[in-house]
Design a protein around this ligand. Structure first.
Ligand SMILES: [Zn+2]
Length: 137
């Protein structure tokens, strides 16, 4: 699906232009997610369930299971960008990589990495023609 590749490209470009990548440990995820959710105005009391069961040879670092809300991740590929990507899916489980997803992701990135990186991501989505719901705040 075209928007998948374009979404990953936009986020990887924004990540390259943002602060140095930080990898989290499984133990750090609850605190990281609570801070990101609270900072982006989502409350932060309710947190996703993570399962660290993505194998080494999988092409994905993680995925969100719509039916259960569980986020599956590789235990050593917990970059902040990957975690925020899955967190945005968890918040917008019916949207795929649509406008609600992208708007939510921009808000999460702003909460964690600041305004400059969030604006860069917004621009990287827009130049690829990806829709962004600006009511994310
Ligand atoms: Zn995705």
């Amino acid at each position: 699906m075209r928007t998948c590749g374009a979404t990953y490209d936009a986020e990887s470009e924004a990540a390259g232009n943002g602060p140095e990548e930080v990898y989290l440990t499984p133990e750090e995820l609850p605190g990281f997610c609570a801070g990101a959710l609270a900072g982006a105005g989502w409350g932060g009391d309710s947190l996703p369930t993570f399962e660290f069961d993505v194998p080494d040879d999988d092409e994905l670092a993680g995925w969100h299971e719509g039916a259960t809300g569980v986020i599956h991740m590789h235990p050593r590929l917990l970059s902040r960008w990957h975690v925020l990507h899955e967190l945005a899916h968890w918040l917008r489980p019916l949207d795929g990589h649509g406008a609600q997803y992208t708007g939510t992701m921009v808000g999460l990135v702003r909460a964690v990495m600041g305004e400059r990186t969030a604006r860069g991501l917004l621009e990287d989505y827009r130049v690829r023609g990806l829709p962004v719901d600006e009511g994310w705040t």
